[in-house]
Design a protein around this ligand. Structure first.
Ligand SMILES: *[C@@H]1O[C@H](CO)[C@@H](O)[C@H](O)[C@H]1NC(C)=O
Ligand SMILES: *[C@@H]1O[C@H](CO)[C@@H](O)[C@H](O)[C@H]1NC(C)=O
Ligand SMILES: *[C@@H]1O[C@H](CO)[C@@H](O)[C@H](O)[C@H]1NC(C)=O
Ligand SMILES: *[C@@H]1O[C@H](CO)[C@@H](O)[C@H](O)[C@H]1NC(C)=O
Ligand SMILES: *[C@@H]1O[C@H](CO)[C@@H](O)[C@H](O)[C@H]1NC(C)=O
Ligand SMILES: *[C@@H]1O[C@H](CO)[C@@H](O)[C@H](O)[C@H]1NC(C)=O
Length: 418
């Protein structure tokens, strides 16, 4: 009896999941406003006194990301070990702040064990920029020509203005001197206010008139991004879900791979939250240096199949917030890769499909991808070759029959004795 209990216990222990790799989406650090450093009604800003150029990280922002890297080291340092190029992949947007954030984070996560550069406790680690991480929520504007046009024509887009408290709009228009005629401009005004409020810098002062609005700015901002991301949930959400899942699928094939980092924006996490209906991610836009860690576990006692791979999600709303486990309503525990694949079946958007949609504003359904697919191209080639060969043979046969026919008809060539 005791032996059986022991065996049971042993099997329980053995069935324990082993961390296979981790995927982390994180937001850049503190930055200056992306659009309005000042409003038309403000005194001009002294560019030389700015903490950084427009939309770039501040020194605080860089330090936040460095600290974030140290936090990751605390959490995963033992698992990751020393830096090796086959262990990790880092993707960032093309926005400078996401690139700089990736670099600062890596400085905190992988300080070299021995000096690589004599004077500097730092080692260079490659990062890869992909602009499609910036094409999210209002980030499509100015980046996605076709989609921007389509969105602006969509009645739901203009309708977003009708949902804004008219007295709020009146105050904003009056005090900023901006017409604020579309949701994009409205969001940029909010962003400028929100950013300046948290910067608390004398070089970019928060306007006195906006003080009464300060407590509600997050709510307004979350509200407008919620509507914008709902508008693009299927496409942008489907694309984000595909990045998340395809990287898990691909990395399972790479035995030495341990981590995939994505340095992006608050809206990348927000879109994932909308797509998977994870409330905690969409209650509020996350703060600087927030992150979503996706831990992928394998059961070492059974062969690797999508159903034996378990996935856990952890969210940290800001740099210092303790991580909380995120549940995905449609993927009940244990949430496996198999379940994730099932709930996203037919809903994932490949990178190519998103790119076409972004450029043209039309869903090509990744058509080109299927045609460009190796197997299909191969069989197409064979089919064409067969067709051409058959035509040649037929043509030859027809010609030779015709010759014989003509020869028969031609009196000159008729055999003399018939
Ligand atoms: C990035 O920095 C360059 C200058 O180095 C600047 O011209 C550009 O506007 C910045 N772009 C973004 C998207 O951050
Ligand atoms: C808008 O500005 C005008 C004149 O500058 C002022 O009379 C009016 O009260 C302002 N309205 C609001 C809502 O601030
Ligand atoms: C803003 O900075 C000033 C000093 O410049 C400080 O006294 C004040 O407490 C800060 N406010 C906030 C909200 O951090
Ligand atoms: C903003 O506040 C309003 C009113 O309190 C609330 O109904 C709404 O859900 C809030 N929106 C967000 C996105 O938090
Ligand atoms: C977004 O799309 C996914 C996939 O169709 C769906 O499951 C989810 O409920 C949608 N989210 C929202 C907020 O509509
Ligand atoms: C970070 O988030 C936690 C949890 O939401 C909150 O309690 C804390 O005040 C936040 N810290 C900062 C600096 O915003």
């Amino acid at each position: 009896m005791r032996f059986i209990l022991f065996l049971l216990l042993l099997s329980l222990i053995q069935a324990e999941q082993k961390l296979r790799f981790v995927q982390i989406w994180f937001r850049h650090g503190e930055r200056t406003p992306t659009n309005y450093l000042s409003f038309p009604t403000d005194p001009p800003v002294d560019i030389d006194k700015l903490p950084s150029n427009k939309g770039e990280l501040t020194q605080t922002g860089i330090n936040q990301e460095y600290t974030l890297g140290q936090t990751f080291k605390e959490e995963y340092g033992e698992f990751l070990g020393e830096y090796k190029s086959d262990k990790i992949v880092v993707h960032t947007g093309e926005d400078n702040r996401t690139i700089v954030s990736g670099q600062a984070m890596l400085a905190g996560l992988f300080p070299p064990k021995v000096r690589v550069i004599a004077d500097l406790p730092w080692q260079p680690i490659p990062i890869h920029s992909r602009g499609n991480l910036d094409e999210v929520s209002f980030g499509i504007i100015g980046e996605c020509e076709g989609l921007e046009k389509k969105v602006k024509e969509n009645p739901r887009y203009q309708g977003m203005m009708d949902k804004i408290d008219p007295s709020l709009l009146e105050i904003l228009r009056n005090k900023t001197g901006l017409p604020i005629e579309d949701p994009y401009q409205y969001q940029n005004v909010l962003d400028s206010l929100k950013t300046k409020y948290s910067l608390n810098s004398t070089a970019l002062p928060f306007p006195q008139w906006a003080l009464p609005l300060a407590p509600a700015l997050n709510n307004y901002s979350t509200e407008i991004h919620t509507q914008m991301t709902h508008l693009l949930n299927e496409s942008s959400g489907g694309f984000h879900a595909d990045i998340l899942l395809s990287s898990i699928e691909q990395q399972l094939l790479l035995p030495t791979r341990k981590a995939f980092f994505i340095s992006g924006h608050d809206t990348n996490l927000f879109v994932l939250g909308q797509f998977f209906r994870a409330k905690v991610l969409t209650a509020d836009l996350c703060k600087y240096a927030a992150h979503l860690a996706i831990e992928v576990y394998e059961d070492t006692t059974v062969p690797v199949t999508p159903d034996s791979i378990t996935i856990k999600f952890f969210y940290s709303y800001n740099l210092t917030a303790p991580r909380e486990e995120v549940t995905i309503p449609a993927c009940e525990e244990p949430c496996t890769l198999g379940k994730m694949q099932k709930i996203t079946e037919g809903k994932r958007w490949s990178e190519r499909r998103w790119r076409d949609f972004c450029e043209k504003g039309e869903d090509t359904n990744g058509e080109k991808e299927t045609i460009g697919n190796g197997v299909l191209t191969g069989s197409l080639l064979i089919a064409v070759a067969i067709l051409v060969l058959t035509s040649i043979v037929l043509l030859y046969l027809t010609c030779s029959y015709r010759k014989q026919l003509e020869a028969l008809r031609d009196p000159e060539q008729r055999p003399l004795i018939s």
